[in-house]
Design a protein around this ligand. Structure first.
Ligand SMILES: Cc1ncc(COP(=O)(O)O)c(C=O)c1O
Length: 361
């Protein structure tokens, strides 16, 4: 199996264009005009500054951090691979990943021959970490893909205690969906976040996933060789001109104001989408993000073939849902929130085929 086949993703595939794509977590609202203009004007004729000095200073000001701790990446996917490699070169053998969770953490560790250990929830991760002294890399996704859920305040307090005991523990905190948090506050205490390797990526919140852009924020007091290793492992000009432009636009006040309005709209759309599914007898799991897990009331989805037939039938009608089986949840799908037109298309397709799939074995 080729490495690219190991990780399954939502969004476009090798089939015809998807008319109503519920399989992606990206914001469906069109990015604001200023962001689109910044991208259109990105200077593609020249390399970006190889040291990204101005960009690192801008992001550092945005995050109230030290510019030396900001590492541009070609998106969080690249950051996941690079951090896993650097950790492995530092002698890490165990990699803890959320299960269910985003598949790239596991894939990156497996590609390096590291031992992958899944954890189902915060308390089980904390007990396992307290019981082991192995050099480890821990992946946390806050809020988590695919569940759209947050770890509790108790978890973050417990993690602080474990990190105080285990100085060498490398904790990576994936913040891909923090800008799309629709409910509640970021539960990660600032003091804990600043001890983690934070991975940030602007493209999902801006609905611009085709632009590969990200940045890692290193822990404030990193006493390991990890920071220089990560810098040394970065390809030259890791972030494209478009990536630089997207980040610069991200830091504009007007973009953040637009994002706050977008979150309010997405909250309304999510409520309508969840109400539609509930009315059709689906089980809908709680989530703080626009995406959420849901389980259709169809016996056929419990087996691989039945699920495949059902999803393919919807795909033929222009609707794509994300099968959550490869994320560790067979029988469930993950749906991103979409706007009213897409929701109407989903309602029509589901209503039309509801009886058939309820009866199909
Ligand atoms: C949790 C999580 N982290 C990282 C990524 C990848 O982000 P990027 O587009 O910045 O590579 C994704 C993409 O779906 C994701 O869901």
């Amino acid at each position: 199996m080729s490495p690219s086949r190991l990780v399954e993703h939502g969004g476009p595939d090798d089939g015809p264009p998807v008319a109503w794509d519920f399989s992606t977590n990206a914001n469906p609202l069109p990015a604001p005009a200023a962001v689109r203009k910044a991208l259109a004007e990105a200077d593609r004729r020249h390399y970006p500054d190889p040291h990204y000095k101005a960009l690192r200073a801008r992001l550092a000001a945005h995050w109230q951090a030290d510019a030396d701790l900001v590492l541009p990446t070609a998106g969080s996917s690249e950051a996941i691979r690079r951090l896993s490699l650097a950790a492995s070169l530092q002698g890490v053998c165990d990699v803890w990943v959320p299960d269910p969770g985003y598949g790239d953490y596991r894939a990156a560790a497996q590609a390096l021959g590291l031992q992958v250990l899944g954890y189902a929830d915060g308390p089980s991760l904390l007990s396992a970490l307290a019981a082991s002294a192995q050099p480890s890399l821990v992946w946390l996704c806050e809020p988590c893909n695919p569940t759209g859920q947050s770890l509790s305040a108790e978890f973050w307090a417990g993690l602080a205690a474990v990190m105080a005991e285990r100085a060498g523990l490398i904790v990576a905190l994936d913040r891909a969906y923090e800008p799309l948090r629709l409910d509640g506050e970021d539960p990660v205490p600032d003091a804990v976040a600043r001890q983690c390797w934070q991975l940030w990526s602007p493209n999902k919140a801006l609905g611009m996933t085709g632009v590969r852009a990200g940045a890692m924020l290193a822990p404030a007091c990193t006493n390991t060789c990890l920071l220089p290793a990560l810098q040394a492992l970065a390809p030259s000009w890791v972030l494209s001109a478009e990536g630089v432009a997207l980040w610069q636009a991200w830091c504009d006040e007007s973009t953040q104001v637009w994002l706050a309005q977008a979150r309010a709209t997405l909250g309304d759309w999510r409520a309508a989408q969840q109400a539609l599914l509930t009315a059709l007898g689906w089980r809908v799991a709680p989530s703080v993000t626009p995406f959420f897990l849901a389980r259709p009331p169809y016996p056929a989805v419990t087996d691989v073939d039945g699920r495949h037939r059902w999803l393919q039938a919807l795909r033929a009608e222009g609707i794509k849902l994300r099968d959550a089986a490869s994320l560790g949840l067979p029988g469930w799908v993950r749906l991103g929130t979409q706007g009213p037109e897409a929701r109407d298309a989903l309602q029509r397709a589901l209503t039309r085929s509801d009886r058939h799939w309820k009866d199909a074995a």
